[in-house]
Ligand binder design. Structure first.
Ligand SMILES: *[C@@H]1O[C@H](CO)[C@@H](O)[C@H](O)[C@H]1NC(C)=O
Ligand SMILES: *[C@@H]1O[C@H](CO)[C@@H](O)[C@H](O)[C@H]1NC(C)=O
Ligand SMILES: *[C@@H]1O[C@H](CO)[C@@H](O)[C@H](O)[C@H]1NC(C)=O
Ligand SMILES: *[C@@H]1O[C@H](CO)[C@@H](O)[C@H](O)[C@H]1NC(C)=O
Length: 266
């Protein structure tokens, strides 16, 4: 009796496992490594990018309203972001079913989901430490935390962006510090020894710049000239700038992506 109960419980758990709900892939970022499979999703606040069971790729808002979708009539599929920036949907025998756009130069790319749309940025052009590789397996993701600085966004004095136990803080002393559990890993070395209101800004031209109180530039990633880029604090603790945007489902960026110059990858 006990053993048949055990078998029953096993079968039920197996069914639950097979019938599992949507799995979150990696917050709102997909790196150019690995893939995304049916029932996996990216999430940014109320926006979801879901690869549905029927291989339909959809961006939905507030759990229902579909704001963008790509119907692909297949039952087995995998979505990957290539190292040239194309989003590629592969079928059962790895045959291409859909591709987003023509790609850019080889390098590391990211697909970022933001409010109501997604965009591909890359290749990576600056990192706080050499030879950034994409994180192999998405670890714990704190989906409520902000881990990306988008074009024109500002990190004010005393504010930070976070990913898991990693934090990038614009300190009151004008030093930009990356830390893990409070232990400093990297800094911009721009402390002026006194409290002053500095801020970090992701410029529309593609560079991250620290400005002091009087608006003077005291540090730059020196990556301007390509257009819309993002500063990403990744889940492996690397701080990386990816850009320009090469493809998006959002309307206003499309013009920019056509105009942006292609540059040497990082
Ligand atoms: C989602 O909900 C928010 C807050 O309730 C609302 O402002 C927004 O317009 C909604 N978006 C859509 C696409 O329904
Ligand atoms: C999808 O594919 C199946 C099997 O090939 C076919 O029967 C069905 O009509 C297709 N549906 C659409 C909407 O193309
Ligand atoms: C900041 O200074 C430290 C100590 O001198 C040095 O090891 C580090 O490489 C510097 N960081 C940058 C970004 O220059
Ligand atoms: C950017 O360029 C300036 C001037 O050449 C240089 O002093 C600075 O170290 C560079 N910044 C980085 C992050 O490499």
């Amino acid at each position: 009796m006990a053993s048949s109960n055990f078998v029953l419980i096993l079968i039920i758990s197996l069914l639950c496992f097979l019938n599992n709900p949507l799995r979150c892939k990696a917050g709102n970022v997909l790196y150019s490594v690995g893939g995304m499979y049916p029932l996996e999703f990216l999430k940014y606040q109320g926006t979801l990018l879901t690869l549905q069971e029927d291989c339909c790729l959809a961006i939905s808002q507030n759990g229902s309203a579909i704001v963008w979708e790509k119907h692909i009539n297949a039952s087995i599929c995998e979505l990957t972001l290539l190292k040239t920036g194309e989003l590629l949907m592969l079928g059962r025998s790895a045959e291409p079913l859909w591709v987003s756009t023509k790609g850019g130069p080889p390098g590391e790319y990211v697909l970022v989901l933001t409010e109501m749309h997604m965009a591909v940025y890359g290749p990576s052009r600056w990192a706080n430490s050499p030879f950034p590789r994409p994180p192999l397996s998405p670890t714990d993701v704190d989906m409520s935390a902000k881990s990306i600085l988008f074009p024109e966004q500002i990190l004010c004095s005393g504010k930070s962006i976070k990913n898991g136990n990693w934090e990038l803080k614009m300190q009151d002393d004008c030093n930009l510090v990356l830390s893990n559990f409070g232990n400093g890993i990297w800094s911009s070395n721009t402390s002026n020894g006194e409290a002053a209101a500095c801020h970090l800004k992701m410029e529309l031209t593609g560079d991250a710049v620290i400005y002091d109180e009087s608006g003077d530039q005291i540090w730059s990633s020196n990556t301007s000239g390509v257009g819309h880029s993002v500063l990403v604090l990744r889940n492996d603790g690397k701080l990386v700038i990816y850009g320009p945007v090469i493809w998006t489902t959002g309307k206003f960026l499309e013009k920019h992506s056509e105009q942006s110059a292609l540059v040497q990858p990082f």
